[in-house]
Design a binder for this molecule. Structure first.
Ligand SMILES: Cc1cc2nc3c(=O)[nH]c(=O)nc-3n(C[C@H](O)[C@H](O)[C@H](O)COP(=O)(O)O)c2cc1C
Length: 216
């Protein structure tokens, strides 16, 4: 089992970059300790929870994740890599959520929803009394967003398109989950037609993702 802080290493990596203006800002800021012993900058803290069942062979999500790594204030975690046996370290995941104010769930669209591991992560980590329900206010006021890729082109996610519904409609349960946890919903970052992007288009999407994250 990986250590609690083992997979949440991009932020400290970001702090170590010399010459980056974001680093100077971070260095002066108040930091917050977590159970894993890592220090996060609360005001800039973005946690990317990536769920791709075959990340080594992914073209789009792997490129996006690599583009995000090293951004100041951004922590990344690869759920399938971290939990190959599906045994989630709930305390470590909750500590990571505690330490960040923007949570981005990054994943390919699978059967109009999320990969199984991400659903399992939500089931395991967003517990009653912690994330929602009586006394469950630990995520309140944080932001919940998705960075997702689809095989379908944008036009196929329209009422008259192939899939007959908009992405917003397919994401209704997720938006409702965020609201139940008193979180603020971010409009998703979507990469459409992901299976047909050439390298230049894929790289452009990764750069756009970096800019989107930087502007959060
Ligand atoms: C099991 C499975 C289910 C999929 N379901 C959908 C779907 O419902 N809608 C869609 O547009 N694409 C679907 N796709 C295509 C993926 O979204 C697409 O291959 C992925 O976003 C590409 O990203 P990657 O290069 O990171 O793997 C599916 C792919 C797989 C393997």
């Amino acid at each position: 089992m990986p250590s609690a802080g083992g997979a949440f290493n991009a932020l400290s990596h970001g702090f170590s970059h010399d010459g980056n203006p974001g680093v100077a800002l971070c260095a002066q800021a108040v930091t917050k300790s977590t159970a894993g012993g890592r220090h996060y900058h609360p005001a800039m803290a973005v946690l990317i929870v990536c769920a791709h069942p075959d990340l080594p062979h992914s073209r789009v999500n792997r490129a996006l994740l690599e583009a995000a790594r090293g951004l100041p204030g951004v922590t990344t975690t690869d759920l399938y890599g971290r939990y190959p046996d599906f045994f989630i370290d709930v305390a470590a995941e909750q500590a990571a959520l505690d330490a960040h104010d923007t949570i981005i769930l990054q994943h390919p669209l699978h059967w109009y929803g999320m990969p199984a591991m991400l659903k399992h992560w939500i089931d395991q980590v967003l517990l009653e009394g912690w994330a929602y329900g009586s006394g469950g206010n630990r995520l309140a006021g944080k932001r919940w967003g998705h960075a997702l890729s689809t095989g379908g082109q944008a036009a196929s996610y329209e009422a008259r398109g192939l899939h007959q519904h908009t992405l917003a409609e397919f994401m209704t349960p997720l938006k409702r989950t965020a609201t139940l946890c008193a979180m603020n919903w971010l409009e998703p970052f979507v990469t459409h037609g992901a299976d047909h992007l050439n390298d230049a288009e894929r790289d452009a999407a990764a750069q756009t993702y970096r800019h989107w994250l930087t502007g959060l």
